[in-house]
Structures are given as C-alpha cells and as structure tokens.
Design a protein around this ligand. Structure first.
Ligand code: LMR
Length: 271
C-alpha cells in the first residue's frame, strides 16, 4: 500500500487511478455575487473535474462532493463523467445529519451516538428538511421514537428545523469562516459508510441521484435521501410514511434543486 502524499495541480496526476475522490474545493460566494454567478463559476470547476475523473480515475471510483453548492456541483461532475456510474457520485449532507442528531441529543441530555435514523431531505442549503419522524433515541437502554421521547412537537417542527437549516450560516457568522472540524468529521463518516457499509438497522443521509420513483422526488435530481449501504452500494430506504408537513418541506427543497439544475445546465453546455 502506498502512503505517499502527492501535491499537484495536474489533473492527470491528481485523478489517476483513484478509488475515492473527495472534491472539497469550490468557488465560495463573495459579496455582491448572485446565486447565478456562483453556479456559473462552479459549473466550470466541476465540469472540468468530472471530465478528469472520466478520463483518469478507476470506473469504480466513489466521488464525494463537499464544495458548495454541493448537490448541483455533484450533478455537474456526474454529467461530465458519463463513463462512471451515476450512483458512484454523492454529496455531503452528513454534516447536516450530524447536526440534527446533536440538536436532539442536547435537548434530551444524551449523546449524539444515542440518536439514530434522522433524515436530511433535499439540498445542502437552508431549504433542506431535517426530519425526525423516523428517528429513534436510546433512553435508559430502550429505543424510543424521538417525537415520543421529546413530547415537544412545536420545537421539533419549528426551532429544531430552522437551527439545522441555518447552522452553516451561523458557523460562518461566528467564525468568519466556514465549518472545518465538523465538516471533516462528516466527510470521514460519509466515506467510512460508503466503504464499510451502514450498521444493521441504521440509515444515513447522502445526496444521491434520484430515480423518480422514490418519495415523489423528480427524476435526475441530486437530492439527499435516507440510504443504507452494503458492499459499497447504497440503496434508498423505501416505504417510510411521509406526512403532509414533511411533504411540503420535501417539495420545497426539490423545487430549489430543480431551479439550480436548470441554471447549471444552461451554463454546462457553454462552459
Ligand atoms: C456548512 O454547512 O457548514 C457549510 O456548507 C456552509 C458553507 O457555505 O460553507
């Protein structure tokens, strides 16, 4: 096994024979920049990285996109790498997933490890929907539904959702920099689960390509879903009941992703 670190700015060196690619960098939003300008700059970057993956990486490469807007950047990279299965591309919403677990744990006075099966639906943006309708918490050795354990529906439907949605912005405001350690931890969690699988009885959130058949999400959107992973292959967690409150929030974030996709694809043809 090679343990070398190779610093390079040459795509043919950086992307050669990769098993895993973690695309961390992207063009950050600057003052005065419209969302469209941000998308345009990033389409250029992720088109080029997708093409390089297509040309140099192993066809089995697992690609994890972290740089924002992560979902649409991931879709751009995948479209630009037609010889790599689209299921090999995912974007990071584990950071939001971990934040949701932490908020529940704090409220109940347990550790984040005692909380499982939270879901982040949709975009890694402030429209994401953190959903704990199917989440469980371990209390005195027993697994209980989060709604049942907390008995505070208005917090779960209000402040909990907005806190998780706006956590990224809150970190930037406090640090004047984007999240670092928690993002790194989330990347480790995400890649470890892709490689070694999810624990029995547990699911995690990842931005993956929708097939149009799961949870009413339009086909071909890079949308965060609950997934289980085995043999380095993810599958949607199917059949979870979705209530009206959740439906509305899931559709809202899908709408934002559809708009991002349309804008990105306009630029993709000319980038
Ligand atoms: C986060 O969620 O912490 C980051 O994605 C925020 C950002 O825009 O860098």
């Amino acid at each position: 096994m090679s343990t070398d670190v190779i610093a390079t700015d040459k795509e043919e060196v950086a992307f050669k024979d990769l098993d895993v690619a973690i695309l961390v960098g992207s063009m950050p939003r600057r003052e005065g920049m419209e969302r469209k300008d941000l998308l345009k700059a990033n389409v250029k970057i992720f088109k080029s990285q997708g093409a390089a993956l297509d040309k140099y990486a192993k066809k089995s490469v697992k690609v994890i996109v972290v740089g924002n807007p992560a979902n649409t950047n991931c879709l751009t990279a995948s479209k630009s790498a037609p010889s790599i299965p689209k299921e090999n591309f995912s974007c990071l919403t584990r950071l939001d997933h971990n934040r949701a677990k932490a908020q529940i744990a704090l409220k109940l006075g347990v550790t984040a490890n005692d909380v499982k099966n939270v879901i982040i639906w949709g975009n890694h943006s402030s429209t994401q929907y953190p959903d704990v309708n199917h989440a469980k918490v371990k209390l005195q050795g027993k697994e209980v539904g989060v709604y049942e354990a907390l008995k505070d529906d208005s917090w779960l439907k209000g402040e909990f959702v907005t806190t998780v949605q706006q956590r990224g912005a809150a970190v930037i405001k406090a640090r004047k920099l984007s999240s670092a350690m928690s993002a790194a931890k989330a990347i480790c969690d995400h890649v470890r689960d892709i490689w070694f699988g999810t624990p029995e009885g547990e699911f995690v959130s990842m931005g993956v390509i929708s097939d149009g058949n799961s949870y009413g999400v339009p086909d071909d959107l890079l949308y965060s879903f609950p997934v289980v992973i085995k043999n380095k292959t993810w599958k949607f967690v199917e059949g979870l009941p979705i209530n009206d409150f959740s439906r509305e929030k899931m559709d809202l974030t899908a709408k934002e992703l559809t708009e991002e996709k349309e804008t990105a694809f306009e630029f993709l043809s000319s980038a």
